[in-house]
Design a protein. Structure first.
Length: 204
């Protein structure tokens, strides 16, 4: 499934509706969480500034045409040395919200597209999917609209546990410069992009 087709099919939905649907879904899934196979849990990897997690609200907002979410995620698509990290639980949250605000067909097709892009990690059931994805996947950036994550108090608490910066997409887009970070993951000095176009013109 091509990204332009997904974008064209997605409804225009405000962030409040996305947050409400996500909160309701997570309340239900937290209550139903069960034990996981310890051997399947991803060992935390070394943190890198080119590894990024987008919370479910940002992933859904990106699909639905939110300018801030789209501007934050587009550079990850365009630059092959950056990595979008996400657990199955995180994507399941976003998929459930898309099904709620749109329909199951769009949710299924979006999941297939995002699965081919993200790098998967596995965390314990009941962990916050975005935070756990960042911790297990070595992501130094976490994008979210959730004020409970982006606030100063949450930032101070998280900084003592692992190196992650939680920002709203607009703030991240202003600060994140993939070209300047190329040297952190490669020895040569000639960065190459995944493609010359953004996802709105992408074709397989």
């Amino acid at each position: 499934m091509h990204w332009p087709e997904l974008f064209a099919r997605a409804p225009t939905v405000d962030r409040e509706a996305i947050e409400t649907a996500l909160s309701s879904h997570r309340d239900r899934t937290t209550e139903a969480a069960s034990e996981a196979d310890a051997a399947a849990i991803t060992e935390p990897r070394e943190s890198q500034p080119v590894r990024v997690v987008a919370d479910a609200d940002v992933l859904v907002a990106d699909l639905c045409g939110d300018g801030d979410a789209r501007a934050a995620l587009e550079p990850l698509w365009q630059h092959s040395w950056t990595t979008l990290v996400a657990s199955d639980d995180l994507l399941a949250d976003a998929e459930a919200v898309i099904e709620t605000i749109a329909d199951s067909d769009l949710a299924r097709d979006w999941r297939a597209a995002i699965d081919s892009w993200r790098e998967p990690v596995v965390h314990h059931p009941g962990d916050h999917p975005a935070l756990a994805s960042a911790y297990r996947g070595g992501a130094m950036h976490l994008l979210s609209f959730d004020e409970g994550l982006t606030g100063a108090q949450a930032g101070a608490t998280l900084s003592g546990r692992f190196p992650v910066s939680v920002r709203e997409p607009a703030a991240f887009a202003q600060l994140f410069d993939p070209d300047r970070l190329y040297g952190t993951v490669a020895d040569d000095s000639s960065p190459t992009r995944t493609g010359s176009h953004d996802r709105r013109s992408y074709r397989c």
